[in-house]
Design a protein around this ligand. Structure first.
Ligand code: FE2
Length: 446
């Protein structure tokens, strides 16, 4: 399949944004196939962890979602509940998906290809009515591509938790090394004032990123880099998991019940050295890489141990995109160029984090490194709709999750697609979750 099968370049109604949406859809599929390439039928049919679906389910759900939005929906409005039962996430919680009757890997690959072929045929004649917010600039195409990308990150989480032989990661993106020494805990000041966060974009942003609005921030300091393995190891080795004052009540309850004493996937060897595993690679922890696979409670406890706190999501976004000198909101920390694996550790095929100063352009106007890529960053904010929130195109994406149960994560990880990693993107999960490729950086009142 090539992009030439999509709306042709000389058709006048095909805008640049439409072309980019189709290119994104095509790239999404290439990555899905690259990621599942090394997997056997056994790998994809097993439920490797109760938190995760069997990969066969993700694949079937990707195809079902595409069919729903790019075929059925174009013939007349649909409801999300029309998603076929097996692949409807609300009918089958993840922990139960291992007992669903699912096709073989070959069967799922055929279904993905069959749906995509039908979509190409259907959409080559589509005029993308500019008066329809779902069709304008092919928003719905971009949405389906992003959905596939987000499930890829979910699949990568599953592969990190894989039982049996470790996943033979097809590392196709090499990681650069740090360009300057990490200074543990170094901070930079954000002067505060009115800043603009969120977006009004209708070509790729999700409903929960809208609308663009002003917030008034007090001055604060924020870490120049994410907290490193080296800094976090000191917290572990100095007994941070045993100091009650560092932990919130909920955090201490989790810490006590779980018995956790280090980030997930960290192991102490016989010489007392910490190693960590990333897919099929076990290495001594690199003190210059961001700590990964910690939950919100661990992030919060670490921050308290050094006299800091986690940033709110508004502070995080201001530190990532606001230029206080010019009073301008950029799209990304480095400016307005689209993310790529040259600018930041995104796009999934590096299969690990890079050292914190490895990307010299991935610096925000105030001087924060690595806000896009490497690890998601926990913020102290609960997941709520922005002022004037309107669910679009379906409330099951975000609105049904709004509330104080979830904490917001920002910035994307190495496992996030460059087509999804943007500064306004909001991820959310329970504060006890550690399967996410998540770390954090700290803040404090100025
Ligand atoms: Fe989904």
């Amino acid at each position: 399949m090539t992009t030439s099968a999509f709306p042709s370049a000389n058709e006048q109604h095909v805008t640049e944004r439409v072309r980019r949406a189709f290119a994104s859809l095509e790239r999404a599929r290439q990555h899905t196939l690259a990621i599942i390439g090394p997997l056997t039928d056994d790998d994809v049919s097993r439920q490797h962890d109760t938190l995760m679906s069997p990969i066969l389910w993700d694949l079937g759900h990707i195809a079902a979602f595409e069919k729903l939005w790019l075929l059925q929906n174009l013939d007349g409005p649909i409801e999300f509940s029309e998603m076929p039962g097996t692949y409807n996430p609300f009918e089958h919680p993840r922990s139960t998906r291992g007992s669903l009757p699912l096709p073989t890997l070959a069967g799922q690959r055929e279904e993905l290809a069959r749906v995509r072929q039908a979509v190409i045929e259907r959409l080559s004649a589509e005029a993308f009515d500019a008066n329809d917010p779902l069709l304008r600039d092919a928003y719905v195409v971009r949405m389906v591509a992003q959905h596939e990308r987000q499930h890829q990150e979910t699949i990568l989480q599953t592969l990190q938790l894989k039982l049996g032989e470790p996943y033979a990661a097809p590392r196709a993106i090499p990681l650069p090394s740090g360009t300057s020494p990490a200074v543990e805990g170094a901070m930079v000041r954000f002067p505060g004032g009115p800043v603009r966060v969120g977006t009004d974009d209708r070509s790729e942003a999700y409903d929960n990123e809208r609308s663009s609005h002003d917030v008034q921030l007090a001055p604060f300091d924020i870490d120049i880099t994410p907290v490193t393995n080296g800094a976090y190891r000191a917290f572990v080795d100095n007994g941070g998991y045993d100091v009650r004052e560092y932990w919130s009540d909920a955090g201490w309850a989790w810490r006590t019940e779980s018995g956790v004493r280090a980030p997930k996937h960290w192991t102490r060897d016989n010489n007392g050295e910490w190693t960590t595993r990333s897919m099929d690679r076990v290495e001594r922890i690199d003190p210059l890489r961001p700590v990964c696979h910690v939950c919100y409670h661990e992030a919060e406890a670490y921050a308290r141990s050094v006299g800091k706190r986690l940033p709110t999501e508004q502070e995080w976004e201001a530190a990532a995109t606001w230029n206080p000198e010019d009073g301008v909101q950029q799209r990304y920390p480095w400016g307005n160029d689209e993310p790529s694996s040259a600018l930041a550790n995104v796009d999934q095929l590096s299969f690990g984090t890079a050292q914190v100063h490895a990307y010299p352009h991935n610096v925000s106007p105030i001087g924060c490194y690595g806000m896009i890529g490497d690890v998601w960053e926990w913020t102290s904010s609960d997941f709520h709709g922005y002022p004037g929130f309107e669910a679009f195109p379906y409330p099951e994406y975000s609105e049904v999750f709004f509330g104080s149960e979830y904490k917001v994560l920002r910035g994307g990880s190495w496992a996030t697609s460059a087509d999804v990693a943007r500064a306004t993107f909001r991820n959310w999960d329970y504060p006890i979750r550690r399967q996410i490729f998540a770390g954090f950086r700290c803040a404090r009142d100025a």
